[in-house]
Design a protein around this ligand. Sequence first.
Ligand code: ADP
Ligand code: ADP
Length: 222
Amino acid sequence: MMNLTIKNLTKYYNKQCVLSIDAFTIERSSFLGIIGPNGAGKSTLVKMLAGLETPSSGEILYEKSLISPPIYKSMTMVFQKPYLLRTSVFNNIAYPLKIRKLNPKAIDKKVNHLIVEMGIESIKNQNAWTLSGGEAQKVALARAIIFEPALLILDEPTANIDPASILTMEKTINKFYQQSAPSIIIVTHNIQQAKRLCKEIAFMHQGKIVEFGKSSDMIHHP
Ligand code: ADP
Ligand code: ADP
């Protein structure tokens, strides 16, 4: 739950401007979809919001304060490719709770609950490096939401996975949104997915947000 404001934000690579946004606000408990063609700057934008890229100029403000270390405690990002630890599925999902020093019993309960909810009990003890793409991405999502981040950023999280896993991912994301009221930002090429999940849509083109609105207004029925 946080208000996020962008002011005069730019990003240059090799003197070439790939992103330029004058003003944009993401309200608390938004569910924002970012769509647009390849090279539009979607990844660059969300990486800057996640603090993984430095702006060339401008500001990103969280609840009126500049991006700073405390925000990272309550924010996380899921990428197109899952980055998992070479240990069991259970340990991967438990890790964010362990580093936050939750007691082992509470960790067990929380992790097992989510594993059952996502229907991944059968791979619970499997090494994460041996999973299929869809399984791995479900584990990456579980690890991201297990500590209930205030801001969840998803960069094409379902681009390379099977339809059944996409369905599970969407259900899980939606349930997390309903239960915890975080702000969620998802970059997706899948317009139907944006329509299913998001409340607002930003359309990016050549480094700018060229359209923004309620998803029900932006995306028409076929
Ligand atoms: P999108 O996610 O919309 O496909 P990106 O944000 O990945 O777009 O890229 C926007 C533009 O910035 C592209 O032209 C891309 O080639 C360029 N770009 C992205 N990252 C880098 C980088 N690390 N170095 C140089 N150019 C980059
Ligand atoms: P995405 O699929 O999320 O848009 P890409 O696969 O295009 O990302 O890029 C993967 C990585 O390569 C990113 O870290 C991005 O910053 C970097 N990258 C993208 N375009 C360029 C480029 N033109 N030159 C150098 N690095 C780039």
